[in-house]
Design a protein around this ligand. Structure first.
Ligand SMILES: Cc1ncc(COP(=O)(O)O)c(C=O)c1O
Length: 499
């Protein structure tokens, strides 16, 4: 069992690493350091943690900060406090629910101390599994309804491609992807998303994750600053962390990013945004904020990475134009994906890069990723060119729109004015906003006990959570399940809000 003295040393050593969540507030850093030490069994079950007074004094931080971090660990079941005796590592660690930030990573490797097979970066990146495990259970946000995908038609299109399998389609993908697919995407983006582009600017990738990775590697150096929305999409965050960028969280309000003097004093190389439907809050960036951001990016020579991941599913009014379409300085790299609109496993996305970047991105795409799947790209090109893509979008808009409405009604019938529902104008999930005093993570855990895989809004924050809420995905949940699980979820929320 580790002594109090060495527990202090351990936490102090972790926190003194310059790159250990350096962008986070002290309380969150201490929480992460202690949690990691527990998960990696450096602090074993039953060990006593140092007193808040000693730890605060050794680390040179406020005692309240230590108490708040311990309280969070206690609420999540990692430690137990016995009044008069102290705080101890729990004998049974919680099995993390599907909340994205801190899923228990059973394969986690000890940190790089000379005995670890991983690099320091590898250990840091795999200390937590940020992604949700495979979830097809109500109401995990993000998944489309795979059953709406026209399998038979797709099979016919694939067969046709395979019947005259051209050798060049069996090779690695060169020149940014299969040209007819790039052409079809360019046409779609020009018409539906007001993106200004030529076909040469379109590159086919293996999805947004890879698009972000290419951008981070090609456009920023280690230690460069990237502005990210706070709360932020965990996938983007993980890529930037993997590239050793310095994440600078920017707060949001109802119009999008709110840049204060401190933010503006930093010099970002990259600015990652989801302006059409902010992930996870669903906020739509206003025109004024879009213009402001474009001007700032031009002024600071920063690249804006526009992630337009689910804009096809807009239920009210006209689809919103892209940020890229407003840009007159050539500072926006636009990216989209077929994960949401077709099915995630297709792993095809696209980048629209400003003209001066075309050649560099082509080289990097080929040399770093060695892309392939041209046969799938060919079938997809036919799918779009023959009008099936537009038909499919229409169909899912109707299906998901009806499910969204049913979920709203089910929740509103029970919750009434207790909560506000937001972010539901488009996408695959909505947010049930909760009063500040409600512990959304605890509510998500409680919901998990009823087989409901919702996620807590506060999990997505890099800094101290400002808003509390529950993300509810409805796209793939059948109507009868929406009614049944919707009522169960409303019960859980009602209990949490009224207690
Ligand atoms: C904000 C955001 N961007 C992109 C994606 C999809 O990325 P990919 O194309 O890598 O599947 C997701 C998936 O959940 C997302 O939430």
């Amino acid at each position: 069992m580790i002594s109090n003295f060495s527990a202090i040393d351990l936490l102090s050593a972790t926190l003194s690493q310059a790159d250990f969540y350096s962008h986070l507030p002290q309380q969150r850093r201490l929480y992460e350091a202690t949690r990691a030490a527990i998960l990696q069994q450096q602090l074993t079950a039953g060990s006593k943690l140092p007193s808040s007074r000693n730890l605060a004094s050794e680390l040179g931080i406020a005692r309240n900060t230590v108490i708040a971090a311990f309280e969070q660990l206690a609420a999540e079941g990692f430690v137990t406090t016995i009044i008069g005796s102290g705080t101890f590592v729990s004998a049974t660690l919680p099995v993390a629910p599907s909340n994205n930030r801190l899923d228990n990573n059973t394969t986690s490797t000890k940190p790089s101390d000379g005995t670890s097979p991983l690099s320091k970066r590898g250990a840091r990146l795999t200390a937590f599994a940020a992604g949700a495990r495979y979830e097809i259970e109500p109401f995990a946000p993000g998944d489309p309804d795979f059953s709406t995908f026209p399998f038979k038609l797709w099979q016919r299109l694939q067969n046709r491609v395979w019947r005259d399998a051209r050798p060049e389609l069996l090779d690695y993908g060169q020149s940014g992807g299969y040209l007819p697919l790039r052409r079809a995407i360019a046409e779609y983006l020009r018409v539906s998303r007001s993106v200004k582009l030529s076909i040469e600017q379109v590159m086919i990738t293996a999805g947004t994750q890879q698009s972000l990775d290419l951008c981070a590697q090609l456009l920023a150096d280690v230690g460069d600053t990237v502005w990210v929305e706070d709360p932020c999409y965990w996938g983007a965050r993980r890529v930037f962390e993997a590239c050793d960028l310095n994440l600078h969280p920017i707060a949001l309000d109802t119009e999008g990013l709110t840049l204060n003097h401190t933010d503006l004093a930093t010099e970002p190389r990259l600015i990652y945004v989801t302006p059409s439907h902010q992930y996870p809050t669903g906020v739509v960036m206003s025109l004024a904020r879009r213009r402001q951001l474009l001007d700032i990016a031009a002024h600071k020579n920063a690249w804006i990475l526009e992630d337009d991941y689910d804009s096809e599913c807009r239920y009210t009014g006209r689809p919103l134009a892209s940020l890229q379409g407003l840009d007159s300085h050539g500072r926006v790299v636009y990216m989209g994906t077929f994960s949401k609109v077709l099915y995630p496993g297709i792993k095809i996305g696209y980048l629209v890069v400003p003209s001066p970047l075309i050649e560099s991105f082509k080289i990097a795409l080929y040399d770093l990723q060695r892309p392939g799947q041209l046969m799938v790209q060919a079938a997809l090109a036919d799918f779009i060119a023959l009008g099936h893509f537009t038909t499919h979008i229409r169909k899912i808009r109707q299906t998901y729109g009806a499910r969204r409405e049913l979920l709203r009604k089910t929740l509103a019938a029970q919750l009434g004015d207790d909560v506000t529902i937001s972010g539901e104008e488009s996408g695959l999930h909505l947010v049930i906003e909760l009063p500040d005093y409600v512990d959304d993570e605890a509510l998500a855990r409680l919901a998990a006990e009823s087989g409901i895989a919702v996620k807590a809004l506060s999990n997505y924050y890099l800094s101290q959570p400002v808003r509390r809420g529950i993300l509810v995905g409805y796209a793939y949940v059948a109507p009868e399940k929406i009614t049944y699980f919707g009522k169960l979820l409303a019960n859980v929320i009602q209990a949490g809000v009224r207690c």
